[in-house]
Structures are given as C-alpha cells and as structure tokens.
Design a protein around this ligand. Structure first.
Ligand SMILES: NC(=O)c1ccc[n+]([C@@H]2O[C@H](COP(=O)([O-])OP(=O)(O)OC[C@H]3O[C@@H](n4cnc5c(N)ncnc54)[C@H](O)[C@@H]3O)[C@@H](O)[C@H]2O)c1
Ligand SMILES: O=C(O)C(=O)C[C@@H](O)[C@H](O)[C@H](O)COP(=O)(O)O
Ligand SMILES: [Zn+2]
Length: 367
C-alpha cells in the first residue's frame, strides 16, 4: 500500500493505492463526516463491487445510486437522478457521496457533491485505469454539453482517493488501453524517463502485471498531484494536462459521446499535438514517431477519424476551455518531457496539422 498526498492547504487529501482497498474500512470510514453515505455507481460496476464496498461501510446508512452506464449519460438528466435519490432518502449536509466507478461516475458524483445543498463531502473510489491515474485526482468535476466536453462543472476536491488496483482485473482490454493514453501523457508532458520506463513495461501493463500497474498508477498520480498542487484552478501549468485534449475533445463531441472512448480520442489528439510540435521545429520526426509507437503499443488509435475534416476540428476547437478572448491555445511539446501552453503559432501550421495524412504517416512508421 502506498499513500500520496495532494497538497492544497485546507483542501489537501490522501491518495491510497493498493490491492483490495475496497473492502478495508480503515481507508474510507475516517473520511466520512456523518453517518449518511450515498454510493454513486453504475449498472456495470454495481454488480461487481457495490456489495464489497457496502460491507466495508456496514456501520453507516448507505444509499446506493445506480446510474446507466456510458459517456452519453454524463449529462443533466443523470445528475437530476442523483439529486432525486439524495432528497428521497433525506440526505443532509453531513452526507458523503462516494463515487464508485470510472471517470464518468467520478466527474458526475463530484459535481453532484459540489451542488447538493451547496456542497457535501465526496470520496473517489476509481475502478478504471483512466480514473485511477487521472480523473479521480485534482477535483475537475462536471458534465458534457452537446456542443462541448465537460463544459458545465466545478473545481471541487474529494476528501480522499481510494485506488483499489484489484478492480482492474475485470476491466475490458479496450478500457485499459484508454487509461494508458493518459499514463503516456505524463511522460510526454513532464517526465521523459517515465517514457523509457513505459517502453520497457508496456507488455507487462497490458498483461495486468500487478507491480508494473502499481508503479504506473503511483507515478501518474504523483505527477498529477504535483501539477494540481501548483495550479489547482488551471491558470497556468495545469493546462499541460490537456495535451491532446483540444483535438481529442473535438473528436469525442463530433463523433457522439461514447463512440470514441475519451482515452482513444486523447491518443489520436496526442498524435496531432506531436505532429504540430514537429511542424513548429520543436521536436524532430524520430521523437514524434517515438510517441506514436508507444501509443500504438498501448493498443490505441493513432489516426483521427477519417470522416473528420479540418473544418470540423476547427468548429469544435473554437469552444475549447483554453480559448481566451477568442484565441485558441494548444498544449504542444517543446521536447519529449516538456509541454507548453501557447496560442503563439502560425495559423497555417495548425491548418497543415489538421490536414495532414496520418494514415500515410503511420504506415511509414511501421515500415
Ligand atoms: N476529471 C478529470 O480530471 C478527468 C480526467 C480524465 C478523464 N475524465 C473523464 O473521465 C471519463 C472517462 O473515464 P473512464 O475512461 O473511466 O470511462 P468510464 O467511466 O465510462 O468507464 C469505462 C467503462 O468501464 C466500466 N467499468 C468501470 N470500472 C470497471 C471495472 N473495474 N471492471 C469492469 N468494467 C468497469 C464502466 O462501467 C464503463 O463501461 C470521461 O468523461 C472523461 O472526460 C475526467
Ligand atoms: O485534470 C486536468 O486538469 C486535466 O486536464 C485532465 C484531463 O485528462 C481530463 O480529461 C480533464 O477532464 C480535461 O479537462 P477539461 O477542462 O479540458 O475539460
Ligand atoms: Zn483526459
């Protein structure tokens, strides 16, 4: 078992990482303010893990709130279901919401906690690799809007993050790969030696080898905790965690939420960010290809959807949250292991990046 810490003054909290933590009350109960607990989960995760968690919380009054599964349900109506259930069971202000599931559940439960009676405590118990390495840490909560990803939300920190690595045993391979996109992101933006480590351990990670997974999760959480601790509300360095996301969110929104998984869209978006960084002369072709190969080895798509035109991308990217005073800003790489957030690039370079033939590029890499 490892414990990390997100340092945010009075909003600081621990991240526990270990096997079978779900059934260990000592990691959860000390973080409960009152006797009432509502577990927000979904119809896929509930049959797998809800009983285990409720047994660990046997001394509390637990309301299970089981939502439909999928990115398409990360929206207002589902949030309303959470509020209906909380009010029906007369949950008061000392209630703690527990998010048990992937990033969709964590983002929605966190936002519900931020809003319910103007704010109640919440705990993250992430059960996908993506949520264990990224979404459960840092307090970005919210829902999608038909016009843009995560457009409605709040910064609202959990009281604790409890990562039970045993839950990954039931995760579909496609979802594991999606999580690896965000793991690779940390290497690309701030930790080049981690890229080398990932190259050496990619097969072990995909085979769910425990020690490799624990190390990847801990290194990812440590990187995220460091960035969030330095810039909780994304006025500066935190935006580097958005590598590949401006392109990726455009893919998710355009294709329809859930058609491309978030991690898959981020992977293709990361390839576009690598290509644009190369076009700006910041990284060379070999460095771009190193990033692409690692994403490929993680089982991820590395080309954007064939049906998306540069105009489609530009339309969605225009409402990205990093746009300031009408100016698009992107996360790009000065070198592998160092990201910058910048709006200072020739428009033609962006156009050329959007119009590039990624299929041909990837074919050439694999020859
Ligand atoms: N808040 C943040 O900082 C942040 C960071 C990254 C991503 N996100 C958001 O997270 C979401 C993606 O999260 P995700 O990839 O976890 O997707 P997800 O929440 O949709 O979960 C993926 C799938 O795995 C299932 N599942 C969850 N745990 C399981 C388990 N242990 N065994 C079997 N199946 C399991 C889920 O029911 C779902 O079908 C997106 O909405 C994205 O925008 C948020
Ligand atoms: O925590 C952050 O900050 C991130 O950007 C992490 C991302 O992986 C995540 O997808 C996040 O939800 C994107 O945030 P958004 O503000 O671009 O919607
Ligand atoms: Zn992400």
């Amino acid at each position: 078992m490892q414990t990390l810490q997100v340092d945010l003054g009075e909003r600081s909290y621990p991240i526990y990482i270990g096997e079978d933590l779900l059934s260990k009350a000592e990691y959860i109960v000390p973080h409960l303010a009152g006797r009432q607990v509502a577990v927000v989960t979904n119809e896929t995760v509930a049959p797998l893990y809800l009983d285990k968690l409720t047994s660990a919380l046997s001394s509390r009054n637990v309301t299970p709130i089981v939502l439909p599964d999928g990115e398409a349900f990360k929206q207002w109506e589902t949030l309303q279901t959470i509020f209906d259930a909380l009010l029906k069971a007369r949950h008061d202000r000392r209630t703690t919401l527990i998010a048990l599931g992937g990033g969709v559940i964590g983002d929605m439960a966190g936002f519900a906690a931020a809003c319910y009676q103007r704010g109640v405590d919440f705990i993250q118990i992430p059960t996908t690799l993506l949520s264990q390495v990224d979404s459960s840490v840092g307090g970005k909560t919210g829902i999608n809007h038909p016009l843009g990803k995560n457009m409605i939300g709040a910064f609202y920190q959990p009281k604790a993050v409890v990562i039970d690595t045993s839950t990954l045993a039931t995760l579909p391979a496609r979802e594991l790969s999606a999580g690896l996109a965000e793991v690779i992101k940390y290497g690309l933006i701030c930790d080049e030696p981690f890229l080398t480590w990932l190259e050496a351990h990619m097969d072990a990670l995909r085979a769910l080898e425990g020690s490799a997974l624990s190390e990847a999760i801990a290194r990812s959480c440590a990187a995220k905790a460091r960035v969030v601790g330095a810039d909780e509300r994304e006025t500066g360095v935190r935006a580097t965690l958005n590598l590949g996301h401006t392109f990726g969110h455009a893919i998710e929104t355009h294709m329809g939420y859930g058609v491309w998984l978030h991690g898959e869209a981020v992977a293709a978006g990361t390839v576009m960010a690598l290509e644009m960084s190369r076009r700006l002369g910041w990284i060379d072709e070999a460095e771009r290809d190193r990033g692409i190969r690692l994403l490929q080895r993680a089982g991820l798509p590395v080309t954007p959807p064939a049906e998306m035109t540069p105009e489609d991308f530009l339309e969605h990217m225009a409402i990205d949250k990093k746009v300031l005073d009408g100016r698009l800003r992107l996360v790009l790489l000065k070198r592998l292991g160092e990201a910058v957030v910048t709006g200072d690039f020739p428009r033609e370079t962006l156009h050329a990046t959007l119009a590039a033939d990624y299929r041909v590029m990837v074919e050439q890499i694999s020859q």
